[in-house]
Design a protein around this ligand. Structure first.
Ligand SMILES: [Ca+2]
Ligand SMILES: [Ca+2]
Ligand SMILES: [Zn+2]
Length: 381
């Protein structure tokens, strides 16, 4: 909902009615979780105490190098605020998961992956020399890497943020994991993996544009190829240059029409990644996070195309910051990569049809909320 302030909608948020006290209301900013206003009635002795939001529970398991660990998870190695185990991969998975939960709560007002306090489960030491990490709908799983291409993947905060953001996407837009919607799903995970890393390196804050312009915008740089300096799995700043075999396109003119990798979800994600980077260095990482998050929770549908993502992020920018420099920077970013007409026009590649069941939870609702009255369409030209 929008909160009216001086006749102008300024924030999106929730209005909370306290238990048993319908005369009390409180406005909470949906993005920061901060209380923006309240009306309180006189205290009442018999009023029930509203439950405090419990801390999100974290459990990290040791698969002991099995691909079929005991009970599906392996042994519980560390829970909640328990002390470090001394096992680097387990401790990094546990600590980094906590940072990701904190980021979503403090920056975006989201209570865990599902928005309802979902317990965070991580499985570490999965398989032998397993060079990957993934989200499967209920938990994160991390391999140890073979020591040559990867070290234990949980050591990368952007990797952990990437995997957990797949969970957030599943519970919000439900972007179907193939074709352009799948590349957007991948890109949103990269964007938040990187933003969470920036936020954490700035000790839970942003130095306005400092974080955006001073960051490397690389994904997986801390865990990839310990023997090679300066490379990464993906570069948002310069897609296609992260490592010697990087084939990511940086604009629509180089979009890869392929049936492998679910239609190139890990390659074509370079295009929206580059758009996010270009927007981020102009508007700052804080606004980038809030706009891209609002696009995922409010505007994107499961079968979104890149052009839909452009429209969604522009709409979110307008909703959060009004029409102006911020929304124009977002629009310019998508024009720059050729997704919408402008600086580098190029034909749109056809979008794969939506495949029912490809997404765990197809999003409901429409591309734009019915109460949206902005004029973002004019910004697309
Ligand atoms: Ca990074
Ligand atoms: Ca390296
Ligand atoms: Zn991914």
């Amino acid at each position: 909902m929008k909160l009216e302030e001086g006749g102008q909608a300024t924030e999106i948020g929730w209005e909370i009615y306290r238990l048993g006290r319908t005369e009390d209301t409180m406005q909470i900013n949906a993005l920061t979780g901060s209380v923006t206003g309240s009306t309180a009635a006189a205290p009442r002795d018999d009023a029930p105490t509203p439950p405090a939001t419990p801390a999100v529970s974290r459990s990290t398991y040791d698969a002991k190098n099995s691909t079929s660990p005991k009970g599906g998870f392996g042994d519980l190695a560390r829970k909640d605020d328990q002390a470090a185990t001394g096992d680097k991969a387990i401790d990094a998975a546990h600590d980094n998961a906590g940072i990701v939960v904190d980021f979503y709560k403090e920056v975006l007002g989201r209570n865990s992956i599902d928005g309802k306090g979902m317990q965070i489960k991580s499985v570490v030491h999965y398989g032998k020399a397993y060079n990957n990490a993934y989200w499967d709908g209920s938990k994160m799983t991390y391999g140890d890497g073979d020591g040559k291409f990867f070290i234990p993947l949980s050591l990368g905060l952007d990797v952990v943020g990437h995997e957990m953001t797949h969970g957030v996407t599943e519970h919000t837009s439900g972007l179907a994991y193939r074709g352009q919607s799948g590349a957007l799903n991948e890109s949103w995970s990269d964007v938040f993996g990187e933003l969470i890393e920036q936020w954490s390196e700035n000790k839970g804050g942003w130095g306005t544009l400092q974080a955006a312009t001073g960051a490397d915008w690389l994904i997986g740089e801390d865990v990839m190829t310990p023997g090679i300096a300066g490379d990464a799995l993906r570069s948002m700043k310069a897609p296609g240059t992260a490592y010697s075999g990087d084939t990511q396109p940086a604009d629509m003119a180089h979009y890869k029409n392929t049936s492998s990798d679910n239609g190139g979800v890990h390659t074509n994600s370079g295009i929206p990644n580059k758009a996010a980077y270009e927007a981020g260095i102009k508007i700052g990482s804080d606004k980038l996070a809030k706009i891209w998050y609002a696009a995922n929770t409010t505007f994107l549908k499961s079968n979104a195309t890149f052009a839909d993502a452009a429209a969604a992020t522009i709409a979110a920018a307008v909703q959060l910051y009004g029409e102006g420099d911020v929304s124009a920077a977002v629009s310019d970013a998508w024009k720059g990569v050729g997704v919408i007409a402008g600086a580098k026009p190029s034909p749109m590649a056809p979008h794969d049809p939506y495949v029912a069941g490809a997404s765990a939870r197809p999003a409901e609702g429409s591309m734009f909320p019915s109460d949206y009255k902005g004029t973002f369409a004019g910004l697309l030209g």
